[in-house]
Design a protein around this ligand. Structure first.
Ligand code: GLC
Length: 698
């Protein structure tokens, strides 16, 4: 028996039933009653507790005062940075840069750990196709292949090993299907086939678990008509038996108790029983396990084995983190870690790479710093707080560089006039006259617009996808001046821009970029950075098109008109993003156009930077399986590569795609690779591609 198993089983053999149940109990507040429970070994983990000194005190209660001295797990929602706030995850995903994304997670873990946190409730890996859903901001967009790559990068970043132990435990969430809530209404029902689940929603979770994630969080929604947190089929059969996940499952907030409100548990006692049977190991904050599990075991003594299994998984995480060796944190450490200049530098780097250039008519961008007047107009002109985005942990708005500050600090010859003109959401107060006054004095207008940060994130869902408040009227009035106009749009989701495209000369999507927002936007506007971001979520023309995503399945009538009053063509497709340079693709060449299902598909593509600027291009590789035993996506991402090219430079890129990428779940939900003819697509987004066919045989 290995050392860990021996240590843990020996500990479990000493534990009373109360102490075992205690490990399965987590609270999100600390008061005298909770401290008393900690002293008695009846609380295994906490969340929402702050500060290294305070957390060390709580660890001492558990370690020095309880009978067995089992340390606490201390969890926190560190979604895109702890104090150094990075772009929201959806923005970071548009960088398609796994190295930078992993580094953001590493830095977040470093800062959080220095303040006593040893468990991070991230990455959020829910596939999301519905921009009405506020939590689309927290994930990596609509594609499961890219989502899996990003999930892997974030888990590795959070769980970076230092002094033989992972910095913190990661927690891929929200297992599973949460992004498919009906109507984009958070917490709503989810209804999908097992085939859909395994094709689109499970891959990022599987990738996160295969990357070594120590924990995972069950979601609020139901699936196959059973609330996830008490769902034996999805937790035991799929997560533990099929995906072979060995880590602990923590409920999302009070979702064990919420099985009562789903009307599937009669009462708290039944909720406790069903959570245990489903293998939800930790009950976050509801107290249901704390109050009822002992009676459950008294009534069903045979279930103590399930308690032991849950406790084993919990103690295993504590063991893997080294908490039994040392549960304490150096209380001075955070002074050298928090807001380290190198961390801010990284925040700037990834922010620049997360920006997506959507329109650039007659190459109005990049601008040049010269003797000119710029009118910076709109609610984001000098805003700091809203660049933090949702779930900004310990982020401080005073640490954020506004657009106005960045422009006025960095520009030497350009004069900047600034006017907010309107609020984000106010439908009454707009100062059009002031906006027009500064615009008339300018050579170029930069509109700084968008959603406030509280328009996205948990349960911040929308029925409209327009720019809130008076912002679209502001665009209308400014456009009547016929000045060169650039729209910067910050948001936590795709928006349907109506006919804004026709009224401005450039559209730069800035998402919520974190601390270095202003400097990143300045760098892109003035060409210090050639934008390279590519959308990881489809932008619809209208809310009525939702859900709209690139990897939809074929139908029997794909060529029929979709709506009387519209179509199913997006405003901007998955993978779309412009550069200040033009890139051309040529010579797509297969090494072999006929492979067996055990062979790697190899091919090359030439990519040329037609200039005029050096830059990075995200080369995307998709495929279509022409015929199969089940309906399949019309196109699927299966590889990508970021390549840096000088003007006029051509690089030949070599790709190898594992044949498993071409597999599918058949009507029995078994993963298979079916022989047949496939088309390979390579290009700058999911629409503008070169293609060639290949065959896979047995
Ligand atoms: C919230 C969120 C979840 C978060 C948890 C703890 O309701 O759904 O993402 O980790 O509760 O704050």
């Amino acid at each position: 028996m290995n050392k860990k198993r021996q240590f843990i089983e020996n500990l479990i053999n000493q534990m009373t039933i109360e102490e075992k149940i205690g490990q399965m109990v987590q609270y999100g507040k600390v008061n005298d009653e909770i401290k008393k429970k900690i002293r008695k070994g009846q609380v295994g983990s906490l969340l929402n507790v702050q500060g290294a000194k305070n957390i060390n005190e709580l660890q001492k209660l558990a370690v020095n005062e309880s009978r067995l001295g089992i340390p606490l797990l201390i969890g926190d929602d560190v979604i895109h940075g702890y104090r150094t706030i990075f772009p929201i995850p959806l923005a970071e995903s548009c960088s398609w840069d796994m190295e930078l994304i992993q580094k953001s997670a590493y830095i977040a873990a470093k800062e959080a750990k220095s303040c006593g946190v040893n468990w991070i409730f991230a990455p959020m890996v829910d596939i999301a196709r519905d921009p009405r859903w506020g939590r689309i901001a927290e994930g990596a967009g609509e594609d499961h292949f890219l989502g899996a790559e990003i999930a892997k990068a974030r888990v590795k970043g959070f769980q970076t090993a230092e002094k033989d132990f992972p910095l913190v435990a990661s927690c891929p969430k929200h297992y599973v299907g949460y992004g498919a809530v009906i109507g984009g209404r958070d917490y709503n029902n989810v209804d999908m086939s097992e085939n859909y689940l395994k094709t689109y929603y499970l891959p990022p979770f599987k990738a996160a678990y295969d990357a070594g994630a120590l924990t995972t969080m069950s979601s609020f929604n139901d699936l196959f008509s059973v609330p996830l947190t008490i769902n034996k089929k999805v937790l035991r059969d799929i997560l533990r038996n099929e995906l072979n996940f060995k880590g602990l499952v923590v409920s999302d907030w009070e979702s064990v108790e919420e099985s009562i409100y789903h009307r599937v548990s009669q009462d708290r006692k039944e909720a406790a029983l069903k959570g245990l049977l489903a293998s939800c190991d930790i009950d976050m904050h509801s107290g249901v396990y704390d109050e009822n599990l002992k009676q459950v075991i008294e009534k069903h003594p045979e279930l103590e084995q399930l308690i032991d299994e849950a406790v084993y998984r919990i103690l295993s995480v504590k063991y893997e983190l080294g908490l039994f060796d040392n549960p304490y944190i150096d209380e001075e450490l955070h002074k050298d870690i928090i807001l380290h200049p190198h961390y801010r530098q990284h925040a700037l780097e990834i922010a620049k790479k997360s920006i997506v250039l959507l329109e650039n008519k007659h190459n109005i961008l990049p601008l040049h710093d010269k003797n000119q007047v710029i009118a910076l107009i709109g609610p984001y002109a000098n805003d700091q707080e809203n660049h933090l985005g949702c779930w900004s942990c310990k982020g401080d708005k005073d640490d954020v560089v506004s657009i106005y500050t960045a422009l006025t600090t960095n520009l030497k010859h350009t004069k900047v006039l600034m006017e907010t003109a309107c609020d984000f959401t106010d439908h009454y107060n707009i100062n059009i006259d002031k906006a027009l006054e500064v615009a008339k004095q300018s050579d170029i207008v930069i509109l700084a617009l968008g959603e406030p940060r509280y328009y996205s994130g948990e349960n911040n869902n929308r029925i409209n996808l327009n720019l809130p408040g008076y912002q679209e009227r502001l665009i209308d009035e400014i456009s009547k001046l016929h000045k060169p106009t650039i729209a910067l749009i910050a948001s936590g989701r795709p928006l349907s821009l109506g006919n804004i495209k026709e009224k401005v000369d450039a559209i730069v999507w800035t998402w919520h970029l974190g601390l270095e927002a202003g400097n990143a936007i300045y760098a892109v506007l003035f060409g210090l950075t050639n934008p390279s971001g590519k959308l990881t979520v489809t932008f619809p023309k209208a809310v009525g098109q939702i859900p709209l995503y690139y990897n939809h399945k074929s139908t029997g009538r794909s060529h029929f008109p979709r709506y009387i009053d519209g179509d199913d063509i997006p405003l901007y497709p998955f993978g779309y993003g412009l550069s200040y340079s033009q890139y051309s693709y040529s010579n797509l060449t297969l090494v072999k156009d006929h492979i067996t299902k055990h062979e790697t598909l190899k091919f090359t593509i030439d990519v040329t930077n037609k200039g005029p600027y050096s830059g990075e291009e995200i080369v995307q590789v998709y495929f279509q399986d022409h015929f199969a035993s089940v309906t399949l996506p019309v196109k699927q991402l299966c590889a990508f590569r970021k390549v840096f090219l000088e003007p006029q430079e051509t690089k030949t890129l070599h790709f190898s795609v594992n044949p498993k990428q071409f597999g599918l779940y058949n009507e029995n939900n078994e993963f298979v690779i079916e022989p047949g003819t496939f088309t390979l697509y390579v290009g700058t987004n999911s629409v503008d591609v070169l293609s060639t066919d290949f065959v896979i045989s047995e």
